[in-house]
Design a binder for this molecule. Structure first.
Ligand code: FE2
Length: 252
């Protein structure tokens, strides 16, 4: 697996001038890191807003059906999860009026996904329309926040995974973090080693990836604003019974 760094302009020029070349490169596979895609201050601001909300309000869950509000959930090895995981996730929905500014801020990412797909998907889609735009903020706390190794289904609306780094390895945490690899048992490429807050990480959804436990020797502290943070603007299918609803697949 190759890891290559780009600046924002070169990356966007590359993708918008050579769609096929870009997708080919991604599937060699290559992890692309785009430096300073967003200013780190804004990314920290969103991280802190979520963290504060997580402290003062209770963790809940809502199916992605009509009326689903924004919420946050402490995933804690839930036995029915498609992928075993332990982290705190904050969900923001594109159809909610109060999120207009947030989705506007990350619109370049959704435009990129739409450009790479065969259709144009709206970030304002509601659950009954099947496809919903979300901005997920993930906090993997120190003391063992993790996500088991898995493959995400590559779909027309998800040709690429776009992960915005919101923490710094060596400062917010010391060990563990997101990795990708060619196959099960292969060499793990720890991508946080290359990332700064505000950088965009682009990988193919169907490579083996996961998050190794964050500082597992420390006490599990979801109430501390340290650990590994990531922001994921993405399209997901709603929780009605769509027949082509493919779920992530754990491989470990
Ligand atoms: Fe994934």
């Amino acid at each position: 697996m190759k890891v290559n760094k780009y600046n924002k302009k070169d990356f966007l020029d590359f993708v918008f001038n050579d769609k096929e070349g870009f997708l080919e490169k991604l599937n060699t596979p290559e992890a692309l890191i785009i430096r300073e895609f967003y200013p780190s201050e804004k990314i920290h601001e969103l991280r802190n807003l979520c963290f504060d909300r997580g402290i003062i309000s209770v963790s809940t869950w809502h199916p992605l059906k009509e009326g689903c509000p924004d919420y946050h959930r402490l995933h804690d090895n839930y036995p029915r999860a498609y992928v075993k995981q332990k982290f705190h996730a904050f969900y923001h929905h594109g159809y909610l009026k109060e999120n207009e500014e947030l989705f506007q801020y990350f619109s370049e990412i959704f435009e990129l996904k739409n450009y790479l797909s065969d259709a144009v998907y709206s970030t304002k889609g509601v659950p009954l329309e099947k496809l919903v735009a979300r901005i997920n903020v993930h906090h993997y706390p120190v003391g063992g926040g993790y996500q088991a190794e898995h493959i995400d289904p590559a779909r027309d609306f998800a040709r690429i995974q776009t992960l915005i780094c919101a923490s710094k390895k060596g400062v917010d945490f010391q060990n563990g973090g997101v990795f990708g690899r060619m196959e099960k048992g292969g060499v793990k490429y720890y991508l946080d080693d290359y990332l700064e807050p505000g950088d965009l990480l682009v990988i193919s959804p169907d490579i083996h990836h996961g998050v190794d436990p964050i500082d597992p020797s420390e006490p599990y502290s979801w109430d501390k604003n340290t650990g590994r943070w990531m922001i994921l603007p993405l399209f997901v299918t709603s929780d009605y019974n769509w027949e082509d609803n493919i779920k992530p697949k754990q491989v470990s």
